[in-house]
Design a protein around this ligand. Structure first.
Ligand SMILES: Cc1cc2nc3c(=O)[nH]c(=O)nc-3n(C[C@H](O)[C@H](O)[C@H](O)COP(=O)(O)OP(=O)(O)OC[C@H]3O[C@@H](n4cnc5c(N)ncnc54)[C@H](O)[C@@H]3O)c2cc1C
Length: 485
């Protein structure tokens, strides 16, 4: 495929025109504030992956432009796409509007067609993951989003005056910035990290990794590898190990059968996108509980990418009960057999354990979760990652477990996967990310406006630019009075 950069220039001109037709970005309207001589940011984002970029774009288009996104990753390597995503292509269809915020020129399709044309788009199967990352890189640059890379958020404290102090660490060392609102766009690991089965925690790290860890697959050449799990990541990690020359890869799967139907995708609609938030809690829980019981099948292509190898085996109904070190290898114990393995990959998903994130330790204990007076057994089974999920307000903001104990939570927004139970899938996957960004923007805009209501009222009173000069009419009352005398 030839790369037409002129096409990208044309697309950017079209985007600029569309934005101007819509009078976007709106004028900047949030009053400036300072703290310790520093300009306070209206919003700081922790994370500049797809969710951070989309939400930041939505805020900037709405005139909330004193914002910044910090990301620990190097520029262009945010999120999983060029790191631990080990699939060849996205699962999502290529036509999804995703982060486009209602602007056709911002879609993946427009970006692709601008460079390679409509025919090539028709011929494209699924989106290669590196190409999706390239699109996100373009999105960021086309909208001039203020991302600062290689900067880690290391701590968050209440700074008084309704401000939040954010500790940052970059190559120059530590520093602090202040903001009014903080958005945690921290990705799939949300507020925790990889969910690692207890039996692995005692085992030396040279024998195992979580599927989201950096894994040196080259070192698995000629090795016996076990993969625990049956989701997309399990298949993608198994396939990568096989392609790297592993001697064998055994998939150890607790379920007696692989899930075959992607239930939530099946009922996707604007009703689900906009309506789930407004259902009673019991219904929200019930939908999620059912989907988690049914589970999402691994993609067809990822599964074939594994099973086409003669040295790949799939063991169903084979839960791992323990992993024991045995010199230069491990014994993986299951009810059916003990497996000798050189390396184990736990494709066991993520958890909502806030203690997994030291940067959020100052407030994590105060966050209200579903188990704090919301969940009842009648809603469904008490799955740890569901009952431990934060119970969020309308703008994705955290609520306090004990009212009054941590007021800054009202200005910290959980815009990541951990929000799913409270809001539906609007802050993680591609399909509804623009709707999620819009909901977050509306919440922050309303709160920032209300917090400054006196300033806005004073502005209203002080505004004195006349539309009429006073010479556009003549008052006939005096002559009328004269006539009736
Ligand atoms: C392997 C994989 C495949 C997926 N495939 C699909 C798919 O096909 N279709 C789909 O719809 N969805 C898919 N998803 C789900 C979703 O689209 C992605 O997870 C997406 O990356 C979510 O974007 P995000 O911005 O929430 O998180 P991320 O892209 O993960 O970005 C989070 C960012 O936060 C930064 N960060 C975290 N903590 C800090 C800190 N303290 N300081 C500074 N920076 C920090 C990280 O460096 C990271 O760059 C996939 C997810 C994974 C993991």
């Amino acid at each position: 495929m030839t790369h037409d950069l002129a096409g990208i220039a044309g697309l950017e001109a079209r985007l600029a025109k569309d934005l101007s037709l819509l009078e976007m970005p709106s004028k900047s309207w949030v009053p400036a504030r300072t703290k310790d001589g520093q300009r306070v940011r209206d919003v700081i984002f922790v994370g500049a992956g797809m969710c951070g970029l989309t939400a930041a774009a939505r805020l900037m288009l709405s005139g909330v432009d004193n914002i910044v996104l910090y990301d620990a990753a190097p520029e262009g390597f945010e999120g999983p796409w060029e790191t631990f995503a080990r699939m060849n292509t996205l699962r999502s269809p290529k036509t999804l509007a995703g982060p486009a915020l209602g602007l056709p020129a911002l879609t993946f399709r427009a970006w692709f067609e601008a460079q390679w044309g409509e025919k090539e788009f028709d011929a494209l199967g699924k989106i290669p993951k590196g190409m999706w990352m390239d699109y996100l890189r373009w999105y960021r640059s086309a909208l001039k989003l203020p991302v600062i890379n290689e900067t880690r958020v290391t701590g968050v404290l209440d700074a008084g005056d309704d401000l939040i102090a954010v500790s940052l660490l970059d190559a120059e060392g530590p520093r602090t910035e202040y903001c009014r609102h903080l958005v945690l766009a921290t990705g799939r690991s949300g507020l925790g990290g990889g969910a690692v089965p207890g039996f692995l925690e005692k085992v030396d790290r040279r024998f195992w990794a979580h599927s989201a860890d950096e894994i040196n697959f080259g070192s698995l050449q000629g090795k016996r590898v076990a993969v625990i799990g049956a989701g997309a990541s399990a298949m993608d990690n198994a396939a990568t190990a096989l392609e790297a020359g592993a001697a064998s890869v055994d998939m150890l799967i607790r379920r007696k059968d692989l899930p075959r139907v992607n239930k939530m995708t099946g009922i996707s609609s604007q009703g689900v996108v906009h309506g789930m938030r407004h259902l009673p809690d019991a219904w929200k829980y019930r939908f999620n509980d059912y989907v988690n019981d049914q589970q999402v099948p691994p993609p067809h292509t990822s599964t074939l990418r594994v099973t086409k190898h003669a040295n790949a085996r799939t063991f169903l109904g084979c839960p791992v009960e323990d992993v024991i070190e045995a010199g230069d290898h491990v014994i993986v114990k299951t009810p059916h057999a003990d497996f000798e393995m050189d390396f184990v990959i736990a494709a066991t998903g993520f958890r909502n354990d806030f203690t997994g994130r030291p940067e959020f330790a100052s407030f994590s204990g105060q966050i209200k979760t579903w188990k704090d007076g919301v969940y009842e057994p009648s809603m469904g089974s008490a799955k740890p990652f569901m009952v431990d999920a934060p119970y969020l307000g309308d703008a994705y903001e955290f609520l306090e477990k004990d009212p009054g104990s941590c007021p800054m939570l009202a200005r910290i927004h959980c815009f990541n996967d951990a929000a799913m139970l409270s809001h539906g899938k609007l802050s993680g996957d591609i399909p509804a990310i623009s709707a999620g960004a819009d909901r977050l923007m509306r919440g922050i805009v309303s709160e920032v406006f209300a917090a400054d209501v006196e300033i806005h009222f004073a502005g209203l009173q002080a505004y004195d630019v006349p539309e009429l000069q006073g010479d556009e009419w003549v008052d006939s009352t005096p002559s009328l009075m004269e006539a009736v005398k």
